[in-house]
Design a binder for this molecule. Structure first.
Ligand code: SF4
Ligand code: SF4
Length: 197
């Protein structure tokens, strides 16, 4: 969606879908600023007032909680990340992992569907023959470049073997170099094995 121009008190918005095709134009009535809004000083004070209200309300409630009062009323809490970490929702897409079979081998059969569907082109697989005659192929190399990944989850959705999941609850992707953003097969099979992850 693009906001292309403004006409007087209106602005028109073009919805661009599929290589520039204009789907429709949506007229929006732009609200004129009042005199007080245009000189900004009162708006700035309004902002400071809102921030100060929350600040003193939280100090009051935290002090009351310490003294054993008003336990039913919650106050804002600052989580001291990364020393403290909050629990993430189970459905949140977090760092990838490769699922293992009972014998510890990867469940992936190197069908390449995830590599093909990945919009960021950040999955790199090299297939090889599986020693088990019942399994046609196996991934010899399976890397994901987290520096490019957009966490869309398409790779998980498309996998016919349920061999890749994004449920490790690991969110940190910080690294000192681009090379360190690359997850190799060992890390994908043993999530959290790297020191900074
Ligand atoms: S989550 Fe999306 S971008 Fe990341 S590896 Fe999977 S398909 Fe690619
Ligand atoms: S879609 Fe699944 S089975 Fe196919 S290559 Fe990706 S992880 Fe392996």
């Amino acid at each position: 969606m693009e906001n292309d121009a403004a006409i007087g008190a209106y602005e028109y918005t073009c919805y661009r879908i599929n290589n520039g095709f204009v789907k429709g134009i949506h007229l929006v009535n732009r609200k004129e600023l009042t005199f007080l809004e245009r000189i900004y000083i009162f708006e700035a004070f309004k902002g400071i007032l809102i921030t100060s209200t929350h600040f003193f309300k939280n100090i009051f409630l935290h002090t009351a909680h310490l003294l054993g009062f008003l336990k039913g009323q919650s106050a804002a809490v600052t989580i001291q990340y990364p020393d403290e970490k909050r629990e993430y929702a189970p459905r949140l897409r977090t760092r990838h992992r490769l699922v293992q079979r009972e014998d510890g081998s990867p469940r992936c059969v190197a069908c390449m569907l995830c590599e093909t569907v990945c919009p960021a082109k950040c999955i790199y697989i090299i297939a090889g023959e599986d020693p088990d005659p019942n399994i046609e192929k196996v991934a010899k190399k399976f890397d994901i470049d987290l520096g490019k990944c957009v966490y869309c989850g398409f790779c998980v959705e498309v996998c016919p073997e349920d061999a890749i999941r994004m449920d490790t609850q690991i969110m940190d992707i910080a690294a000192y170099s681009r090379e360190e953003m690359l997850l190799d097969m060992d890390e994908l099979l043993h999530p959290g094995s790297r020191k900074n992850g």
